[in-house]
Design a binder for this molecule. Structure first.
Ligand SMILES: Cc1ncc(COP(=O)(O)O)c(C=O)c1O
Ligand SMILES: [Zn+2]
Length: 402
């Protein structure tokens, strides 16, 4: 049995097929490409997976890297699926779980897409990559590129989390800041790549394998529940790679017969400061319109127009899901509430999902019997300024009042 069952790349918009063993970007129609597998060839059973090392490569048949020796790894994957009993009771959803991506190299789930994307790019002979980013993806791709011995060019908004810049710089990336948003960074990258033959543009959904890395969140959730699916999965949606990947993973698992029944209802969470998917979902539209003046403290989900918007919306419609927008004020309050009740300091994007659960329960969309998994996509440590902390400074001779 081959290490990977990858068979081809397919365009979800026009149906065109592309050779998966050549470096590919988007389809000629402009759509992202999706990796397809010959699932008949997958002879492994779920019980065999249990004995494999605890990283995302345990699902290698369903990943695009063809040879085990080409895997570039920092030990990513198999993050905890934590029960949140106190928070769940407080929100009226006692069966609340959190897939906690803060325990992964670079501190965000972006490591998954980077591990698989960089591994596959290196396997196909790519020597240099370039990308725009809201910070976290740039940090992840630059460290994995360094590990692969590949050059990287990263452009991020000047307002992106400062620590992600430091990580890119430490890993030797060629780093630029732009006084604008991720779309502006994307234009700079596209122009640079055009002038640098051999450099691959690995912008969100402009190469096909980042989705494959992120889909492992869906595979792990199913495995960690004993090859069973939850009722609802709640995801902080920017470019939407994670939610598209999770939807893809769950469909592949069902086709393999590893899970049965209805897919979870998928929830895309955005900020009221940047909610193009929520607006499109409310209108029943198939694609989104660019969101003007996008701004939110949940920086990773500041994406005014996602290339894969039609795939995100399809995932919501197909699963009976929903899209919701929450305010920065509410998500910041919930970031502290999660730490106070459950002892875990999550990122603002993850906190947005908690607020969404709160609001969806209040509106009656979620009920007390629903088993709900929220994605915490990263560590709160990446955003140290989101929690005000006014601790008194005492002189050494000072005293603490009782
Ligand atoms: C912490 C965090 N959460 C969520 C997202 C959104 O990711 P996706 O492209 O999967 O929608 C990002 C993207 O930068 C992020 O950094
Ligand atoms: Zn196409």
């Amino acid at each position: 049995m081959p290490y990977s069952a990858l068979s081809r790349l397919e365009c979800p918009r026009c149906g065109a097929r592309h050779d998966a063993d050549q470096v590919q970007g988007t389809c000629s129609c402009g759509s992202p490409l999706l990796a397809r597998y010959d699932l008949e060839q997958v002879r492994v059973a779920p019980r065999d997976i249990a004995g494999r090392p605890p990283d995302l490569w345990r699902y290698h048949e369903l990943l695009p890297v063809r040879a085990a020796g080409r895997v570039v790894s920092l030990g990513e994957g198999m993050t905890p699926l934590l029960a949140l009993p106190r928070l769940g009771r407080a929100l009226g959803v006692p069966n609340l779980l959190m897939k906690d991506e803060s325990l992964i190299p670079t501190g965000t789930f972006k490591a998954r897409g980077a591990a698989v994307g960089v591994s596959r790019a290196a396997e196909l002979g790519v020597a240099a990559i370039a990308m725009p980013t809201n910070g976290n993806a740039g940090a992840a791709w630059s460290v994995y590129a360094a590990r692969a011995g590949m050059r990287s060019l990263v452009v991020m908004p000047a307002a992106a989390p400062a620590i992600t810049r430091a990580e890119c710089a430490a890993a030797g990336a060629e780093l630029y800041l732009v006084d604008g948003l991720i779309g502006d960074a994307g234009k700079l990258v596209a122009a640079a790549v055009a002038a640098r033959p051999g450099c691959q543009d690995v912008s969100t959904l402009r190469e096909p394998y980042r989705i494959e890395g992120k889909k492992t969140m869906g595979l792990e959730i199913a495995e960690q529940l004993g090859w069973r699916l939850p009722g609802v999965i709640v995801y902080p949606t920017g470019g939407g790679v994670g939610i598209i990947g999770i939807f893809k993973a769950l469909r592949e698992l069902r086709e393999l017969g590893w899970v049965r029944g209805d897919l979870p209802r998928l929830v895309a969470v955005q900020s009221t400061g940047c909610a193009p998917i929520v607006r499109a979902f409310g209108a029943g539209a198939a694609v989104s319109e660019p969101w003007p003046d996008a701004k939110t403290v949940a920086f990773g989900i500041t994406v005014p127009k996602a290339l894969g918007d039609f795939l995100i919306l399809e995932a919501l419609y197909a699963t009976g899901g929903i899209a919701v927008a929450v305010t920065d004020e509410a998500l910041l309050a919930d970031q502290r509430e999660v730490a106070r009740l459950e002892g875990t300091f999550i990122c603002p994007e993850g906190a947005a999902c908690v607020t969404a659960v709160r609001e969806l329960h209040e509106s009656g969309w979620l009920s007390a019997s629903d088993e709900v998994v929220v994605l915490n996509t990263g560590s709160g440590l990446i955003y140290p300024d989101t929690v005000p902390c006014r601790a008194p400074v005492l002189p050494p001779s000072g005293s603490i009042l009782s």
